[in-house]
Design a protein around this ligand. Sequence first.
Ligand SMILES: Nc1ncnc2c1ncn2[C@@H]1O[C@H](COP(=O)(O)OP(=O)(O)OP(=O)(O)O)[C@@H](O)[C@H]1O
Ligand SMILES: [Mg+2]
Length: 251
Amino acid sequence: MIELANIEKSFGDKKILKGINLSVDEGDVVALIGPSETGKTTLLRTINFLEKADKGTIQIADQVLDVNQAKESEIIDLRGKTAMVFQNYSLFKNKTLLENVMEGLVIVQGIDKSEAESIAKAEIERVGLGHKLDAYPKEISGGQQQRIGIARALALKPQVLLLDEPTSSLDPETSVEVLKILKEVAKSGITMIIATHEMAFAENVSNRVVFMEDGYIIEDGSPDQIFNHAHEQRTIDFVQEISRDIFEEGE
Ligand SMILES: Nc1ncnc2c1ncn2[C@@H]1O[C@H](COP(=O)(O)OP(=O)(O)OP(=O)(O)O)[C@@H](O)[C@H]1O
Ligand SMILES: [Mg+2]
């Protein structure tokens, strides 16, 4: 479904992605984990050309693009196969929840308003906020805003859902609400790549875990492999470190 080959990306003279190869099957739910500043966000953003990689090829479904030869129309086409959920929700403050979810359908996909409205309503209901269609983002909680961020992405009927730390701005209880919804979304069979620091989610919801460090994929395997029988010392160290962090937080 997704095939990344030799993706490299620098910002200024700092190389952030150092040759990423990743192959994701249809229906995979991939958790992308790793220390801060490792390139997880950058990798997600290069997949849909929000950030143009310097080198490499990106394949989604049957479309293969060499990042340096891709035409604007091809990029738009590829981007249309994806939708992204951002850490900070990035909803339009002056639009209602319904309008926020309709926006991409009408503006990007050119769907007529009445159809866009019925798709948007269905997706907002799916995330449990059907009673808030006319509310504005500031009138709902952060967790509810992120649920709208998810509805907005799903409304686009993407083949691939990219999520960048969707719960990291939320308190633990609210995170749980959002993670439950993502668990349901994962069951629907959509292909997902989720950068996350929620190890419970990575361990229990994803079927694959990709551990990234310092611009490289260090290890890619089942959750059981990564969390319990990692092959690479760096993976073992990272997993140990996060379990220690959790233990210390609990003290
Ligand atoms: N637009 C940009 N311009 C310059 N540097 C950038 C840009 N975006 C990211 N970087 C740098 O690239 C590095 C990797 O950032 P990235 O956000 O991909 O890491 P991350 O793994 O997602 O980290 P975190 O876990 O903290 O979200 C960081 O050092 C960051 O400062
Ligand atoms: Mg990030």
